[in-house]
Ligand binder design. Sequence first.
Ligand SMILES: Cc1ncc(COP(=O)(O)O)c(C=O)c1O
Length: 465
Amino acid sequence: MTETRHARTAPIYGNMLEMIGNTPMLEVTRMDTGPCRLFVKMESMNPGNSIKDRIAVSMIEAAESKGLLKPGGLIVEATAGNTGLALALVGSQKGYTVVVVVPDKMSHEKISHLKAVGAEVVLSRSDVTKEHPDYYQNVAARLAASRPGAFYINQFANAANREAHYTTTGPEIWAQLEGKVDAFVAGVGSGGTISGVGSYLKEQDDSIEIVLADPTGSILEPLVNEGREVEPGSWIVEGIGEDFVPDILELEVVDKAYRIDDRDALLTARQLLRDEGVLAGSSVGTLLCAALRYCREQKEAKNVVTLICDHGAKYLSKMFNDHWMTDQGFIERTKHGNIRDLISRRHLDGEDFTLEPGEPLAQAVRRMRMYDVSQMAVLDEHGRVAGILDESDVLVALTGRKADPHSPVSEFMTRKLETITPDATLEKVLEILEDGMVAIVCDEDQYYGLITRIDVIHFLREQLP
Ligand SMILES: Cc1ncc(COP(=O)(O)O)c(C=O)c1O
């Protein structure tokens, strides 16, 4: 267990399904683990990039063996995350049609991903609670009942979910550490992982501690630590945390729980990438943060295992995007105590996108589309603002004036500018915005950035208690 194991030759597989499970482990060596050794099991290396590949196989095969799923049949599941992707992948390899019911707040990226893997996506309302007939799980149950040959997977109540972890994840951890496991840290989505792995490990050695990593706002941490029932809140990390106790969750295997704030979770996941080179999902931040706290609290050396439940590529536009982190208030920015604090994309910090007067209009249009901005400052060779190019300038240029897209931006930009210095008042900014302009913040020798309506709205929202 102590030395690195190198497989001499990687195997050749005959089918993607054979590549599920048997995931490697990585020892965390650059983060502070106190007196302990911390190992992470790389579930992101499953073909569907998450731990859910395992349960997709076990739940489908259990339904097949019970005769609930016939060749060419239909699999229905209600999920906003990795389980849908895993079912779509495994289902397609086994010749099933997969229908995934998702709440309509889910990102376009995820819906596109599901469709790309071949799933049929049904949108349901995200503004209703469990009791409502349009709640996504109720929609899925109804859909499965109404379509002949359909099987509703329901991972929250499906015993084959827990079984996958009891028969594969748990034994793999035990074998990889040659039985020298002192603690296992996991989150709860459906409860399958912690119940299956937890039961297996405790059967091998009942002194192994099973530790729950729970997002702040979930009802589970107070229930485990104090037996207290609380009202659920909300959280950002995806895939774990609960507002109810799932049927398959065996809370009796859980020894203790850590409550982890979104901020700590996301910053830990980012640190994992910097320190250890592992690009992992947001909930991994919760698990790792809890595992590191557990490790540092120990008085003696222990071997601790946690999971890299999913891959971080899905989170590039959120957790790994500095602007998103700043907008959420998870990354602190320097405060200037003046109107510069309203600028969301700061020029001196290299956060904004600008144009040069000689750049062709077509290039400007490409940039606006690429960066999803509706206006850009045009800076001269001294870095001073020469003009602003916005969507309406482009529209007029291309339609009204039938401009040549290769002509320079300087021919189309607005030169009538409303500049303010950093010591201007908020009232002055509002006046400019009310006139339909953007406020350009600069002084004699420096351009600082633009203030748009949405920047003021963000600023005012932050001032609310
Ligand atoms: C992204 C993600 N999905 C799923 C799980 C576990 O989920 P479940 O309780 O459904 O097995 C975890 C954490 O353990 C997770 O981080």
